[in-house]
Design a protein around this ligand. Sequence first.
Ligand code: PEP
Ligand code: MG
Length: 611
Amino acid sequence: MRERQFEVMNDESAASILRRGVPASPGIRIGRAVIYDPKLNPSAPRTIPAGHVKFQIDLLGRAFVKAAEEIEDLQSKLRESLDDAHAAIFDPHLLFVRDEAFCEQVAERIRTRLQSAQYAVMAVIGELDAQFASIEDEYISSRSTDFRDVGNRICKHLTLIRGESDAAPIPRSEDVILIAHDLTPSDTAQMDNRSIMAFATEVGGRTSHTAILAKALEIPAVVGVGAIIDRIKDGDQVIVDGYEGTLVINPSDAELRRARNRKRKHLIRERDYHKLAALPAETVDGFKVELAANLELASEIDHVKQYGAHGVGLFRTEFLYLDKPKPPSEDEQYEVYLKVVEGLAPAPVVFRTLDVGGDKLFPGSLAHHEKNPFLGLRAIRFCLKHPWVFAAQLRAILRASAAGPVRIMFPMVSTVDEILAAKKILAEAKRDLEREGREFADNVEVGVMVEIPSAALTSDALAPEVDFFSIGTNDLIQYTLAVDRSNEKVNDLYDPFHPAVLRLIRMVVDAAQREGIDVNVCGEMAANPATALLLVGMGVESLSMGAVDVPKIKYFLRHIRLSEARAIAADVRGMRSSTEIREHVQGLTDRFIKRRLARPLDEELVATGTI
Ligand code: PEP
Ligand code: MG
């Protein structure tokens, strides 16, 4: 991470700060910072510029309403699953969040002391806390936890405003750019891209699930910019550049001009890519690569078609589970799965079964704390330990298969035994559905994700048990190189060009070809032109990636030859260092892009009858 301090002052006379982080989700946005900082430092109040007061008070009103709704919802769930007495535990929370005097006290601090809404909420709570703590009554002094709980809920909604599809967009007097230390994948899944234009976090890696979700929601993002929260105020002007991975605070006029120009150039290029949406991803010498989309949220179905993907190559189903106190029921899942299958048929949908664990933690009763969650009870390991959770999901997927082509794949498999155990539960689910007279397709194919070195190394032993492999390069890189995919401190070691990674991929492709089963790649390596070139050259025939990346990769594949990709993959076979490999592949990729970009796109579109 490098930082540059500018002498140039902008109109607010603050020195501009440029931070380099990790590009997480493409797009450039210029807006005003809203800081998500759950810690309260009483000696350093967070302040806002005077012009930001109305905006902060608008946010405050909505956050109170959202927090009240959330508590009501929690109470009704407790009434359903337990009884009224348990639900009544939250009565004081509700009284407190509906207390107008409390809300007004906070608003007053924003207006008169120019404190950020979040800081003002926690400061008022701190005052109340101190008053109550001095009363010698156990019941009253224990209300302190209630205050804090309500305060935390309000602060969450001040920044991570959930966007129900039927809710009106949050009116914006400014373009909000969220700045946080870290965001969990479920925080990110709750973001509303109508109210949050972009975000930047102090920590995080390129293939963290937070970054993946930002792409899915089309929220430009930069992660891993390093400690910054203490150097920025709510309301400061900021630029987030999700292509190059930079954050600029209080930009100079020259930086604003540069950002606007870059944004314009990217938009023009992306518009060109989009013109190819209806065409196949076919190389110049006639080889068709299948391009599918990765799906995190069912609301993305339209994007899949709009960006020209053929179905879904990886449906990360776990996001359906993460904001719920308990796993969704079979019927709840079925409704969502059916919508996705029906919405995309006849194109196929590959359902990845629950991949909870790692950086995606269950909030509810099944939550568990682990020292090394990425090496713990994650994905298929969790499912085999909780077969009733697994069986409910398999039944829901199977039932959806009656509506269109469906494949099932198990994540994080490391042994043949896991495949056999998972297939046994699947077979039981089928038998039960048959007994109940429920419909499902009898040709649902079963595959595994190859994302752990042990699976890649024994892929020849796994292949006879499955119909397809899907290589999850995000995890394969992390586990092969012992580099945490969500840790910006080792981002430069997270290396898709490492010869060990390429050797494992080659092994998996060879094992699949020998067994005559399909092999595809659904990690981020598929979404980058240079690595996609290598994958195709190594024999991968289908790639799945975030829908937004499909047009770029399609455009690139339509401008290379399969013979070139094969030759490059053969060249790197003998290379020992990833620097050598990266330079070779990236150099040729850049050359191909330049060579082909020189050819007017319209010429090709006319030739193919697209325009
Ligand atoms: C992967 O590991 O490459 C993958 C596609 O799965 P996820 O990113 O969800 O772990
Ligand atoms: Mg994975």
